[in-house]
Write a protein that binds this ligand. Sequence first.
Ligand code: SF4
Ligand code: SF4
Length: 288
Amino acid sequence: MVISVASGKGGTGKTLVATSLALSLKDNQKVTLLDCDVEEPNAHVFLKPVFTSSEAVSIPVPKVDKEKCTRCGRCAEVCAYNAIAVLGEHVLTFPQLCHGCGSCSYLCPEEAITEEPREAGVVEWGRADGLEFVHGKLAIGEAMAPPVIRRVKQSADNQGTVIIDVPPGTSCPVVEAVRGSDFCLLVTEPTPFGLSDLILAVEMLRELNIPCGVVLNRAGVGDDKVEEYCRKENIPVLLTIPLDTDIARLYSKGVPLVEGMPEWKGSFRKLFDRIGEIVDERNRSLKR
Ligand code: SF4
Ligand code: SF4
């Protein structure tokens, strides 16, 4: 089962939930944690993995042969990202905008475009306290997160449980990270900002047809509008974590919640069982 852990906004406790869920399950099954929050990966701070290998991830960007190019403009026409432009006698490329789709080189009538790799980031593999651990790190100044996320996700071998720490928000990297998940846990807090971003995240998951449930973190800090919304939209609130200075202290020291407070392990195991039931129920109803 692939469970992604996402949040409409940053700082809601997404990594706290992903790491604690992984650590609560690892004694009974194979668990792989993929940190796809490649702009700011921080699961390693909590899990302290020993890395055994790494690989650079690159994007193939176009290189134009001026001798062969006739300035016909076909490449600029087909590029959906405005990463290549023909201005008079010049063909300009903007590697930072290029998604490496290959359309320009494939469709250039003069075969004037070759591709050269541009490094977008790095993926590292390791083990952490009985867990398989993989994370991606975007190169400084790099905006193209999806290729790095895709490479991290290719590491999952579909055995046991895979937990994905998703980037915050609802943009392309988030879609790339949650795509293909059996279930998505949305971590939020009971505040107006938490609710507004939760609504966007739910809409995104409905478009992707991925079932979801909510983890309410820092409960007690705001109002009950998030619970009201979940009731109205039929979204289960699967776990509530209170606003608690001891939990905050552990987090600030980089100690996973279930390590500092092992009594939480049972709650995370129950959370996992409930997710399993929801996924099974859904699969059964899809078969009918
Ligand atoms: S499609 Fe090829 S020939 Fe035409 S402008 Fe682009 S690089 Fe030059
Ligand atoms: S590879 Fe794709 S995204 Fe990059 S410049 Fe060519 S058409 Fe545009």
